[in-house]
Design a protein around this ligand. Structure first.
Ligand code: NAD
Ligand code: UDP
Length: 314
């Protein structure tokens, strides 16, 4: 039986808006909350006016009193440019936000899922990354507000589980892309596509040999929903991502060929603490959730390019 009411924090963001679409599609009542720091009403405009959907402006660093059965905690800026704009607020969002949402889950006895991140592995020495790897994270660098905030949020989730028997679910999301990414958030897929479509230089940071593994948004949301619906007592953390690994130079070349752009590839300095490699081991998601990604990079890039073409034209 589908639950009465589902809360999505950060629901007007890139991933949150796709999640709200899927939840409403499958007949659930959705309460979407967002402070619109990086998200926008435009991402959920297709849902406004639907009886099953409610949008509320709220900042998760403040307590929230609502009655819900399930909570997806996604509120947090995800791109390095945005989370580094106000790093203290980023830590507050990840840590105070987690405490507030866990407190809510405890009061109303809701199942709660945390959108954690591959950043908990930092710049990893173990490749591909398995959930049992503890990571290599700098605690005083420019990425630390996000990485350590997300690590602390995981700690809180597991402490609430042990101390208060909360029904928790933790997923570690690897780089995800697709329509509704913010065009100026500096993430590599949106940057390369927007630059290519505008005929501007495509900026490769460092020598472009660093790797990432890119998951298309539909696959990611499917994995997230499977985790929320998984057997009671399976808490995770579980990696959700696409193990296809690409260097940033390879990604840039794919984008140039798919857009037919004449943009030049240029090198720019590598940001501090930029992880050299990242690729999820998804065996756990396979065995526990019967999940694996289906969309190859080229197909996902085509959809994303089509979205940015429409966005830039408007
Ligand atoms: P996003 O920036 O598009 O979405 C985040 C949403 O949270 C935005 O709508 C923003 O306005 C909202 N928000 C930020 N601070 C808030 C606050 N204090 N109170 C209420 N709302 C707040 O990012 P996204 O890519 O959709 O990421 C969603 C979640 O998934 C984040 O928690 C992120 O850490 C996690 N994640 C994403 C990726 C990825 O590749 N997209 C990878 C790993 C983890
Ligand atoms: N990157 C790049 N050019 C850009 C933006 C990013 O080469 O215009 C690189 C960045 O240095 C990193 C990778 O792409 O090595 C992924 O960056 P992103 O910010 O998308 O995600 P994250 O580093 O958080 O995985």
């Amino acid at each position: 039986m589908l639950e009465r009411k589902v809360l999505v924090t950060g629901g007007a963001g890139f991933l949150g808006s796709h999640l709200c679409d899927r939840l409403v599609e499958r007949g659930q009542d959705v309460l979407c909350i967002d402070n619109f720091f990086t998200g926008s009403k435009r991402n959920v405009e297709q849902l406004l006016g639907r009886a099953k959907f409610e949008l509320m402006r709220h900042d998760v660093t403040f307590p929230l009193y609502v009655e819900v059965d399930r909570i997806f905690n996604l509120a947090c800026p995800a791109s390095p440019i945005h989370y580094q704009l106000d790093p203290v607020q980023t830590t507050k969002t990840t840590v105070h936000g987690a405490i507030n949402m866990l407190g809510l889950a405890k009061r109303v006895k809701a199942r709660i899922l945390q959108a954690s991140t591959s950043e908990v592995y930092g710049d990893p020495e173990v490749h591909p990354q398995v959930e049992s790897y503890w990571g290599r994270v700098n605690c005083i660098g420019p990425r630390s507000c996000y990485d350590e905030g997300k690590r602390c949020a995981e700690t809180l989730f597991f402490d609430y589980q042990r101390q208060h028997a909360l029904d928790i679910k933790v997923i570690r999301i690897f780089n995800t892309y697709g329509p509704r990414m913010h065009p100026n958030d500096g993430r590599v897929v949106s940057n390369f596509i927007v630059q290519a479509l505008r005929g501007e230089d495509v900026t490769i940071y460092g020598d472009g040999s660093q790797t990432r593994s890119f998951c298309y948004v539909d696959d990611l949301i499917d994995g997230m929903l499977r985790m929320m619906d998984s057997e009671t007592g399976f808490f995770g953390p579980v990696n959700i991502g696409n193990p296809g690994e690409f260097t940033m130079r390879e990604l840039a070349e794919h984008v140039l060929s798919l857009t037919g752009s004449k943009s030049r590839l240029v090198n720019r300095p590598l940001p501090a603490d930029d992880p050299k490699q990242r690729k999820p081991d998804i065996s756990l998601a396979g065995s526990k959730l019967d999940w694996k990604p289906k969309v190859p990079l080229v197909d996902g890039l085509k959809e994303t390019i089509a979205y940015f073409k429409r966005l830039l034209a408007s």
